[in-house]
Design a protein around this ligand. Structure first.
Ligand SMILES: C[N+](C)(C)CCCC[C@H](N)C(=O)O
Ligand SMILES: O=C(O)CCC(=O)C(=O)O
Ligand SMILES: [Fe+2]
Length: 419
């Protein structure tokens, strides 16, 4: 198989970029069309799947990128009249309809088996306390351009957080900075928050208490994606340092050293609530909550860390034996979370904001005295990922489109691999 990879990638690259005549073989099978360069490396596509994914303007709206074809009008046993390789892709003639599937799209969407991929999925850099030596950082002036914004978001995607220096120490500038990523997610705490230790809202964030490493919004069905913090002032006192912990790094260590505990945290739903305001009472639906560690259904990769021990509600175990398993698991989790090599403590100062991926990096703070003013905002996970996808299309063409010139604004292709 290894020899296949360079061969396949080499031939596909040549096919895509130099229009070589070295077209793949196309063969029809009972319910599938197969493409490849030799009989050992064919990848097959179900006829029904190919017909359903036709991207011609009558099957798929060229502007809205929505399916127009009635999937359920396709005969379940549909067969092509003919199929052949042409320069731009696989041409399939159905009964009264012709479809063309670009080679790069077939390569990306292949599944039986999956062809070697040209684009590597985004790499996460796991980190611990030593990240303090060279934390990810961009400058405010940079992020006002799309290129700088892309750098900021790719840092967040890679590290789970990123500082922004040179931010005017005002709520206005900080709010505008937040909006560079996407519209602000409003919650019971308001839209853009500007808070201090006055219990203006019924939550310990609005006190001088220390807060252990946590992710926010565990009481929401869909916790916010990003959380931006900017310390505007701290006078007549001390403390209030910010804690960051890479939940993905800690989870990887726990999985390696205590797989049973990792399994409990991946399985048991954790009830949570936000009940400090008379006007609201939040709990996630369905009622029992979500596990601390959630995984991508396809890849099995850890996708979300959801942990706030202060906001955790009463556990109602379905089986009494779970109680000891649960406490043993969270004791180990907490031990790993609070280990010196996992904790990154940093004293924020006016002018430097920090954005945290609330699905990966936990934050906290030390207790403090005096008058401390913090501002910031939540950004929805879908708004964050959408902006990252748009900027990736624009600046990293190899990832998602056939065009390669850097100065052309890429009109999102109907063949975008994610559509
Ligand atoms: C100040 N700010 C609105 C950011 C936080 C509000 C309280 C956060 C809550 N305890 C949680 O962990 O989600
Ligand atoms: O005051 C801080 O530094 C952060 C408090 C907190 O956890 C939050 O606002 O979500
Ligand atoms: Fe928080």
């Amino acid at each position: 198989m290894l020899t296949l990879r360079p061969l396949f990638r080499h031939r596909l690259t040549r096919l895509l970029h130099s229009h070589s005549s070295d077209l793949p073989i196309v063969s029809l099978h009972e319910h599938k069309v197969a493409i490849g360069w030799n009989t050992q490396t064919l990848s097959k596509f179900h006829n029904i799947w190919l017909r359903d994914h036709c991207r011609c303007p009558s099957c798929f709206h060229p502007i809205t990128k929505q399916r127009l074809l009635n999937t359920f009008s396709i005969p379940p046993d549909i067969k092509p009249v003919s199929a052949r390789p042409v320069q731009d892709g696989l041409e399939v003639v159905w009964d009264g309809h012709t479809s063309l599937y670009p080679w790069s799209w077939l390569q990306t969407m292949s599944y039986d088996p999956k062809f070697p991929q040209m684009q590597q999925k985004s790499e996460k850099t796991l980190w611990g306390a030593k990240i303090h030596q060279r934390p990810p950082m961009v400058h405010y002036d940079q992020v006002m351009s799309d290129g700088g914004l892309y750098k900021w978001l790719t840092n967040i995607d890679q590290f789970g957080f990123c500082f922004v220096s040179g931010v005017p120490a005002t709520t206005e500038a900080t709010e505008e900075l937040s909006k560079r990523i996407g519209f602000i997610r409003e919650t019971q705490y308001g839209k853009f928050w500007d808070f201090t230790s006055d219990l203006a809202k019924g939550d310990t964030a609005y006190t001088t208490l220390a807060l252990g490493a946590h992710t926010d919004n565990t009481y929401f069905t869909d916790p916010c994606g990003l959380q931006l913090f900017h310390l505007l002032s701290h006078t007549e006192g001390s403390g209030g340092a910010t804690l960051l912990v890479d939940g993905f790094s800690v989870a990887a260590k726990l999985k390696q050293q205590h797989p049973d505990a990792y399994d409990v945290l991946s399985r048991l739903p954790v009830p949570a609530h936000a009940a400090g305001e008379a006007s609201s009472f939040y709990r996630p639906s369905p009622g029992c909550g979500y596990p601390v560690l959630q995984h991508d259904a396809n890849s099995g990769d850890l996708s979300t860390v959801r942990w706030n021990n202060d906001d955790r509600s009463v556990m109602s175990p379905s089986d009494p034996a779970i109680v000891d398993q649960w406490y043993n698991a969270i004791r180990l989790w907490n031990q790993f979370l609070t280990s010196a090599d996992a904790e990154y403590w940093v004293q924020l100062t006016p002018g430097t904001a920090v954005v945290v991926d609330n699905h990966r990096v936990l934050h906290g703070r030390s207790a403090f005295t005096g008058r401390r003013r913090m501002c910031g905002a939540y950004i929805g996970v879908d708004e964050y990922r959408s902006k990252l996808a748009v900027l990736t299309d624009k600046f990293d063409r190899g990832a998602n489109s056939e065009t390669s010139s850097a100065d052309v604004v890429v009109e999102r292709s109907v063949w975008h691999p994610a559509l």
